[in-house]
Design a protein around this ligand. Sequence first.
Ligand code: ATP
Ligand code: MG
Length: 366
Amino acid sequence: MATPPESHAEWIALVREGCAGNAPAFQLRLTRLIARLRREKSPLAATLSKALSEASESRLTLARDAAAQQATLSPVDADSNLPLTTTQFPAHVDLQPVWAPEIESGLNGLIQEWLHTNKLVAAGLEPSRTVLLSGPPGVGKTLAATFLAEQLHLPLVTLNLAAAVNSLLGKTGNNLVKVLSHARAQPCVLLLDEFDAFAKRRDDGQDVGELKRVVNVLLQAIDEWPSTSLLVAATNHEELLDRAVFRRFDLWLRFPESTKSQIETLLLRLGCDQGLATQITPSLVGLPLSDTPRLINRARRQVALHGVSFEEAALRLLAPESLKDDEVKRYLQIKRMQADGKSMRAIGKELHINASTVSRLLNRKG
Ligand SMILES: Nc1ncnc2c1ncn2[C@@H]1O[C@H](COP(=O)(O)OP(=O)(O)OP(=O)(O)O)[C@@H](O)[C@H]1O
Ligand SMILES: [Mg+2]
């Protein structure tokens, strides 16, 4: 079957893009041409498709290595000469994180988009480029950025907030521009942690002029962010953010407070046995998830230093210091009942102590 003349133009454009080294355009055009060959039932379609996916895989590996090297060369603050970013490559998460279900599906969806960019490109789409993580302290927002970089095998470039804002008024915007263009220049995950420091509402009383400028730089950067890097912004003060910021992100993941089941799973991953995990989980509910590994590490130190059992050390650390040994177990028992939604009166009745003793045990500070 004769090829219609207009399709020649596509092949010629492909050759031009290839020779000019424009890999993304080349790849996109070739994918379209393969789709056409497939419709025309040409046997070349399967061969080209296989060659393209093999070549893009090795190109991606090369690009990632080069990017990792490039990413470590941080831009610096002009006044203090401090580096404006730090780079981790390979990014690594020690312990498998425990996400709330909605966060897990959001993160996994994002990872799938990035791992199968070829399929998206073939359909004329691109992966989510920008993601906002918000929620209370210590629930894993910063951890999520590291996790994403690890899963995507990309360098994690983190904005060094102290260096970026610790400069003379008017320079913060410049620093931000430098960091953004540094991160756009090579594939990476850029983490803008404590994002509220930059993206405050433009009507916020202080430094109005500078703040407006910084927010505008950010809004423009988010809009124009390339699909070769992932921009991750994290904040635990979403109420301070400029309204215009939210709708600009491709994805917004709102981390909930830690739950009982998250804490229990984390305790098990940290090496606690089920019995101890069930016993101490209620005392950790409502606290940041980051308190859980901290408690376990402190208990391990006590075991090493004083030769007490791990269980005893953990229980002791959770209860107020002023409680006597025989009160510690009771304290944890009350916490567990409280977490099950029982009232002070109901707890007192069940344990055969009066309600004021219950609240005394709970409220004694260490
Ligand atoms: N979902 C989680 N799964 C496992 N560990 C977690 C999780 N969230 C927090 N942690 C533990 O707490 C530590 C601190 O978490 P992280 O710094 O990511 O919290 P954050 O939400 O960014 O807090 P902040 O708002 O204070 O910056 C982690 O390094 C990890 O040890
Ligand atoms: Mg954080």
